[in-house]
Design a protein. Structure first.
Length: 113
């Protein structure tokens, strides 16, 4: 079994929060190390390459195979089990989704995976 397959299997077999965090860190480490022999999926999106990183998280180019379009996917550094993290993410996404301007990104989806 390849190291990549092992990481993916560990990620999806993880049951509790601590195991999920460890698996998420292993997958992120493999992504950043360039160990990507197979596509990495986050929800329905297939990650393609890393665009950049900041204080809140990492942005990837990705493909939405359902709608056959390229998108950007931002993976947040914030732990999803932090108090109020999901609510904050949803509020910010809703506010941004109401904005219509050529220099502001369009929100297509928000959630945890």
């Amino acid at each position: 079994m390849t190291r990549w397959n092992q990481l993916r299997r560990e990620r999806f077999a993880a049951g509790d929060s601590l195991e999920i965090e460890a698996a998420r860190a292993a997958v992120a480490s493999a992504l950043f190390a360039g160990l990507q022999p197979e596509p990495v999926c986050v929800g329905r999106y297939v990650l393609q390459r890393r665009l950049g990183a900041g204080g809140m998280g990492v942005v990837f180019t990705a493909r939405d195979p359902s709608l056959e379009r390229d998108v950007a996917v931002k993976l947040l550094n914030t732990r999803s089990d932090a108090p109020g993290a999901d609510d904050l993410l949803l509020r910010e996404a809703r506010k941004t989704a109401r904005l219509v301007h050529p220099n502001v990104v369009t929100i297509f989806d928000v959630g945890t995976h």
